[in-house]
Design a protein around this ligand. Structure first.
Ligand SMILES: NC(=O)c1ccc[n+]([C@@H]2O[C@H](COP(=O)([O-])OP(=O)(O)OC[C@H]3O[C@@H](n4cnc5c(N)ncnc54)[C@H](OP(=O)(O)O)[C@@H]3O)[C@@H](O)[C@H]2O)c1
Length: 254
């Protein structure tokens, strides 16, 4: 029996965990940061909460007798990915990452690229605009620096405290989001600019496609850099890498 720890918080992590847990020779634990108040059922054993930095994670990997660490966190969860890349060699545990590719602009897209959320605030400019923020509730407070805009803020859990701006509307919703619904949302709220992370994948692409059709600008926050570890782009590719990594040396012809 081989023990696998998957750092999750994404749809793909849940899918990968389910796929690997179905195998009789693997014992899978999925790790969540514990931020979402009622996360969707994951279907495998879950542990929640931080480990206490890279050292804490290394200690956990040793204590739990982990054979393989898989980083399947969100592309913008840079700290936990850095911790994982540092902790795995410390604990003598192999690591691999599931990295979904980012979206690429296509004809008709009006993207403005910025490096940080603060850069997105600047890019909105001085004149009042109607802005759709779909960033996650931890990051929206920075927009208090530009109170002249109207904000439509969508998050899974309530934004608490509310932003200290005169004009904001809050929407609680969990993806996936369909393009047609996103288009209706942008239109009915008179949105003229969208602020987005380049999350990749299908679940949150609807707003990008809808903005393109409506000719609306998107301020796209670039991805943070990720540590260089063996990685795959899809759940199936990563599952195949796991097979290879856990095969006995003799069967691999080593
Ligand atoms: N950032 C996003 O845009 C985004 C979007 C969708 C989902 N998520 C998910 O939300 C979670 C938190 O994201 P974040 O951007 O706040 O992370 P982060 O900034 O990279 O991590 C901050 C700290 O949270 C803890 N942590 C993060 N992910 C964890 C996990 N899967 N299991 C256990 N501890 C974890 C770690 O604490 P310790 O140092 O104490 O171990 C880490 O140092 C991640 O699981 C991520 O996959 C993030």
């Amino acid at each position: 029996m081989k023990r696998i720890l998957i750092l999750g918080g994404t749809t793909e992590a849940r899918q990968l965990a389910g796929k690997l847990a179905a195998r009789a020779d693997l014992e899978v634990t999925l790790s969540l940061a514990g931020r979402t108040e009622s996360p969707v059922a994951q279907g495998v054993p879950v542990r929640a909460g931080g480990f206490g930095g890279a050292r804490g994670l290394a200690a956990y990997l040793k204590e739990a007798d982990t054979d393989l660490l898989i980083d399947a966190t969100h592309p913008y969860a840079a700290r936990i990915s850095a911790n994982a890349a540092e902790a795995a060699p410390q604990a003598g545990v192999p690591i691999m990452a599931l990295r979904r590719p980012g979206w690429e602009p296509v004809e008709g897209d009006r993207w403005m690229l910025v490096d940080t959320v603060a850069g997105a605030v600047q890019a909105l400019g001085a004149a009042p605009r109607r802005v759709f923020l779909a960033l996650g509730r931890q990051e929206v407070a920075v927009f208090e620096a530009a109170p002249q805009h109207h904000y439509l803020i969508r998050s899974v859990d309530p934004v608490e405290p509310r932003l200290a701006v005169p004009d904001a509307t809050y929407l609680l919703s969990r993806g996936p989001f369909r393009e047609a619904d996103e288009r209706a949302l942008l239109e009915s709220n008179g949105i003229d600019i969208v602020v987005s992370k380049n999350s990749g994948g299908e679940a949150t692409y609807g707003k990008i496609a809808a903005a393109r059709v409506l000719g609306i600008e998107v301020i796209m926050i670039r991805r943070p850099s990720q540590p260089d570890v063996p990685s795959a782009e899809t759940v199936d590719q990563l599952a195949a890498m796991v097979d290879h990594a856990l095969e006995p040396d003799a069967e691999r012809g080593v």
